[in-house]
Design a protein around this ligand. Sequence first.
Ligand code: NAD
Length: 333
Amino acid sequence: MKVAVFSAKSYDKKFMEEAKQKLNFNIELAFFETRLKPKTASLAEGYDAVSVFVNDDLGCEVLETLKKSGIKLVALRSAGYNNVDLKKAAELGITVIHVPAYSPYAVAEHAAALIMALNRKIHKAYPRVRDGNFALDGLMGFDIRNKMIGVIGTGKIGEIFTRIMKGFGCGIFAYDKYENEDCKNNGVMYRPLDEVLSKSDIISLHCPLLPETRHIINEKTIAMMKNDVMIINTSRGALIDTQAVINGLKSKKIGYLGLDVYEEEANLFFRDLSNEVIQDDIFMRLLSFPNVIVTAHQGFFTDEALRNIAETTLSGMHCFVLGHECKNIVKLK
Ligand code: NAD
């Protein structure tokens, strides 16, 4: 099997080559740094499969080019598949597989890291000390112990996050459409969304992006929150109405904001734009606040998670080649 790997970074090459050796899978991997999009789709000519990531474009036009090039399989190195036109893929007879779960610990721990960094102002303290400024003014934090944490979505990542925060001695309110028994047994208190939002000191989002959760954090829901609330989003950018949080930060209703995802991240993240003029004024406004930390979708980025992603992707390809039933096929609903 010959596979064209798009959006390939050095770490993708390393983990995929290692997985290939480990699984003893006779596969040819060609790595392309470029994103898969209409202009680059012809690079897949002569391959059997493509492997892609979150910002690759697998819309109608690209899928048609892939089909003409002989592609039979699209292997996503992510859980999400909102970038794939599944209907078109089914119509063209192209199989789509994904990585349903890799390391929920990676993302939950990153959410905790954002909380601690924002609270103890690590982003301010680090450059200050390097500059020989050892004064503490402006760096005061608060004890996390006894604070109330509001968790929206208590699936794989949300549940682990509640356990981490319990370890800090916090109380946990949660909102989910389906209550998680393990969370309940661990003392998590399920409440209606409005109550979770209005009674929590720190709110962390761990639900998927769906039409009903889009902009779940907006002008109206921010108005319900406690003054000086901390909001953390490691889930999907569009859960938050960015302009509404900017207004909340300006009015000082929101005391802290930690983001690993951003609504318009496809135009920014996973690339070095340090010598470019960033055109997204809303994003640049976010970066101007002293009480905001943005990381560029790195929640998943741990050794364990990348190893899992590579091994699951290659195992899925192996199943496909052997004609075995693959449990990671994305089915058209
Ligand atoms: P999961 O499917 O295990 O859990 C999602 C939970 O959200 C479920 O319990 C579900 O019932 C709940 N939910 C669904 N609709 C809801 C609603 N309207 N309101 C409240 N809760 C609702 O998913 P997971 O593995 O825990 O991942 C959660 C999210 O994390 C993913 O959707 C993804 O967007 C994000 N994620 C981010 C990164 C990163 O690198 N930052 C990596 C992986 C996943």
